[in-house]
Design a binder for this molecule. Structure first.
Ligand code: AMP
Ligand code: MN
Ligand code: MN
Ligand code: MN
Length: 280
């Protein structure tokens, strides 16, 4: 019997709607056997999720999704099987989270200028104890009637050239990979099809990622089209990278994809889990 993997999902420690425990329960209900909790720039949910995972028979993989600036673009690098106690990783993520607060203040100032007050407090109310992200600003903008839905927010606000955008420098790719690999984990490029890099930059990215010890790219993800599964399976093959699969689940209504609904990796892919004990 083959196992169902989902190696990309968010709890409310970052910008998901479910608590880490509820997320594991959701995964179990959707027949996910191996789940990676990959909150943005934070690992605080892992210990909380582990107890629920043991109770429900879900194999939990320690994960994180690190925000990176590469060639002035924001990329997301996932670490799987990381050690959340590894000091350089811990310190690095804490710095990114501090930067998130600074960015949020700038975003709110930009929204203020556009005649939309109260967004900093509003967004933090949704973020609660977790990190502050554009998703929380989006919830504020939708629930206060400024925008119709999440899609409208990411079209008309919070993106380059629109109210609420504030430029920000995240971690470098070198640092993110050194934290992940140094902690014993494997590095995966999240949703490569979402970056709109063009072929030349995509080739440069994959070359550099591989040279820095990167292990895999997401081939099947909630934010890829079926054609992109094939496209990125080819890139993985070309660069001798393994392939990953994950829903990028954030919760009902704000997800790219429900859990447990993704198709299998294309047959020419080597799964990132091919040599993991969880896979047997
Ligand atoms: P941040 O890391 O604070 O810039 O927030 C990025 C998050 O916003 C992503 O992880 C997604 O959850 C969400 N997001 C970004 N773009 C979109 C979009 N076009 N539609 C829905 N959610 C988005
Ligand atoms: Mn997110
Ligand atoms: Mn992402
Ligand atoms: Mn994600």
């Amino acid at each position: 019997m083959s196992l169902t993997f989902d190696l990309h999902a968010h709890s409310n420690v970052s910008d998901g709607l479910l608590t880490p425990v509820e997320l594991v329960e959701h995964a179990a209900a959707h027949k996910v056997d191996v789940l990676a909790l990959t909150d943005h720039d934070d690992t605080a949910g892992l210990n909380i999720a582990r107890e629920a995972a043991q109770r429900l028979g879900v194999q939990l993989i320690n994960g994180v999704e690190i925000s990176v600036t590469w060639k002035k673009r924001t990329l997301h690098i996932i670490g799987l099987k990381i050690d959340p106690e590894y000091a350089p990783l811990k310190t690095g993520l804490a710095e990114i989270r501090a930067g998130r607060h600074h960015r949020a203040v700038g975003m709110a100032a930009s929204l203020d200028k556009a005649g939309i007050p109260g967004s900093l407090e509003g967004a933090y109310e949704y973020a609660q104890e977790g990190i502050i992200s554009r998703t929380h600003f989006a919830r504020f903008l939708v629930n206060s009637g400024v925008a119709k839905d999440n899609k409208a927010v990411f079209k008309n606000y919070l993106v380059k050239g629109k109210p609420g955008f504030f430029p920000h420098e995240w971690a470098s790719m070198e640092d993110a990979l050194s934290w992940i690999i140094g902690s014993g984990g494997v590095a995966v490029i999240a949703h490569p099809g979402r970056y709109d890099l063009g072929r030349t930059n995509m080739l440069l990215l994959l070359e550099e990622f591989r040279a820095l010890g990167g292990a895999a790219i997401e081939v099947v993800t909630g934010s890829h089209t079926v054609d992109q599964y094939t496209e990125f399976a080819k890139y993985a093959h070309q660069f001798d990278l393994k392939s990953s699969l994950g829903s990028d689940y954030h919760g009902k209504g704000i997800s790219f994809m429900e859990m447990g609904r993704l198709p299998a990796l294309p047959s020419n892919c080597v799964p990132v889990w091919h040599d993991w004990p969880e896979a047997v």
